[in-house]
Design a protein. Structure first.
Length: 260
């Protein structure tokens, strides 16, 4: 819908400007829009942004001002200036909530925060968490948008990044022998996130923690759940081996208890 809308806007402006071809004037909205779009299409995003900003200042009443606002945000986005891009896309969504470009603007806000976050999950992921919130807003506000599939894909990517960070934090505590802290992270992953890879790893390490703390029944239950829920997981062989070991240890513990 939004792409068709942009195409119609461009077609109308081309028709309107045909009579002045060869003597292009820059003192009307149509000419300024064509100039700004030409700069944008040629990748001159800095100069295009200046031209679009002038249009917003001088011709805020034109019927396609939402398109101008959208392209201003895209100029900053394509220049990797995600903070300024978010600001412009927010203006689009806030000032033109019924525009055919409003859903696109909200999705671009999500993309900006996702791309602004560091790919290294060992670093702060505040922007990724913000992206998650913005995506949820998109799905709630634009449930019928043709962009909903793209939004859900981005949601999965964000959750995967956050889950990986949680797992790495839990794994660090696990390696340090701080099992109570590690358990908090692993339990959050199992309860809140959908990634089979990280949920499986978290569940397996929870079983390891139970075994180290002598909670063999709990460890056995978790390993059985792991094997049922995550068939083909990269740790499946290790889980089967661990389950056999725990069952043996539990049997020895039971025999020792009976002897006493």
């Amino acid at each position: 819908m939004h792409r068709l809308y942009l195409a119609v806007v461009i077609l109308v402006l081309i028709v309107a400007g045909c009579s002045s071809i060869g003597n292009v004037r820059k003192d009307n909205a149509e000419d300024q829009y064509e100039t700004a779009r030409s700069l944008y299409e040629r990748g001159k995003y800095f100069h295009a942004a200046e031209a679009f900003r002038l249009m917003i200042f001088n011709y805020s009443g034109v019927s396609y001002i939402d398109s101008v606002q959208y392209f201003l945000g895209m100029c900053y986005f394509n220049d990797n200036d995600y903070i300024l891009a978010v600001s412009e896309f927010r203006r689009l969504v806030r000032n033109f909530p019924t525009s055919p470009l409003a859903d696109d603007g909200q999705l671009m806000i999500c993309k900006c925060f996702y791309l602004a976050a560091p790919e290294n999950t060992g670093l702060d992921q505040t922007e990724t968490n913000t992206a998650l919130t913005e995506i949820k807003n998109f799905i709630e506000d634009f449930p019928q948008s043709p962009l909903i599939g793209e939004a859900k894909e981005l949601l999965t990517e964000c959750r995967g990044r956050i889950t990986k960070k949680l797992f790495e934090s839990g794994q660090q505590y696990y390696r340090m022998g701080m099992y109570t802290s590690a358990r908090v992270y692993f339990e959050e992953i199992v309860a809140e996130y959908e990634s089979p890879q990280w949920r499986g790893c978290a569940l397996y390490l929870l079983a390891e923690i139970d075994a180290k703390q002598g909670k063999y029944a709990d460890a056995e239950l978790k390993l059985n759940n792991f094997l049922q829920a995550f068939s083909g997981h990269k740790w499946e062989k290790k889980a089967r081996s661990k389950l056999e070991k725990i069952q043996t240890e539990a049997d020895h513990s039971s025999v020792a208890s009976d002897t006493i």
